[in-house]
Design a binder for this molecule. Sequence first.
Ligand SMILES: Nc1nc2c(ncn2[C@@H]2O[C@H](COP(=O)(O)OP(=O)(O)OP(=O)(O)O)[C@@H](O)[C@H]2O)c(=O)[nH]1
Length: 335
Amino acid sequence: MSKKRKITIITGFLGSGKTTLLTNLLKDPSLKNTAVLVNEFGRVGLDHHLLRRVDERTLLLGGGCLCCTVREDLVNSLRELLDHDHRGDIEPLDRIIIETSGLADPAPILFTVLTDTVLQHHFEIDQVIVTIDAVNGQLHLDRQPESMKQAAVADKMIITKTDIASKEETEQLVSRLRLINPSADIIESVYGDVDSVELFAPNEKVNHNVSGSFDTSVKGHHASNTQTISLTFDQPLDWSAFGLWLSMLLHARGQDVLRVKGMIDVGDRGPVLLNGVQHIIHPPEHLDEWPDEDKRSHVVFIMRSIESEQILLSLHAFQDILGSRASIREKMEVH
Ligand SMILES: Nc1nc2c(ncn2[C@@H]2O[C@H](COP(=O)(O)OP(=O)(O)OP(=O)(O)O)[C@@H](O)[C@H]2O)c(=O)[nH]1
């Protein structure tokens, strides 16, 4: 089968600089085989790039869970792009960037691509990039649940408008974001000025150290019940047993598991990379090598309304078939 086309999602709160970033990125000749889908109207076409407009029409599947929503509009747009690509009437496609509107939830986009029988064979989710405004980011995190969720699902966070924020403001925001999502890369940018090679490089980081860069001066935010925990395992894990345990957790509490990311030692040379957003787990990827000396399994959960002890107790109940004992390496309430 031919190589899958990568899908990158750019999301971020209203006015946080998504379009500015995208416009700048598309000037890069290395992105000439990239198509862009935008789910808002009124955008200006971008030279030699294919632009499709995607409505926000959605079809809710049984169960009523919002993250398991198929974006029919997106299915149609992606299938249409695929037809063009197969017919050869556009430049061969190797990447699609989907820019979502500021209030959109990226989870249904992931769900759509990973579950559609045609799309899953031709596309793979590369990463979720989230723009966060250095001036208003803290306010959005305090007041807008969507903003917290976007930060939680990010693989990369772009801190925009650092030119008009004070150094202190930016540092405090970065500290807070590292607490919310320790596994995301954070890149600062002014007017979308980001190195595309760095941006599209794979993020294989699972930051074991949740509080590593915790700045104790970050105080005074509204209380929240979001928690980030980092688990570690003392022995290689039985992958099927771990998969079963995770499916049960996500089945029961998927809406409260904002993000799960990990590197699992399954006894082979390299780890299995685990990456999930709510109910949705990306197809796990086997890496050839461990990125550093620490070769134990680590899993980071970003959760709402779930006590870390509940996770640990349930893992302990599974311990015999998992083949390994879990312990909490770090946990952090995030605000
Ligand atoms: N000073 C400054 N302004 C920026 C920067 N990035 C974006 N802006 C400005 O912020 C405003 C919003 O930027 P957009 O790129 O339209 O933001 P967006 O996230 O696409 O906005 P919506 O689609 O409305 O949610 C524009 O006026 C940009 O020129 C930056 O790094 N520094």
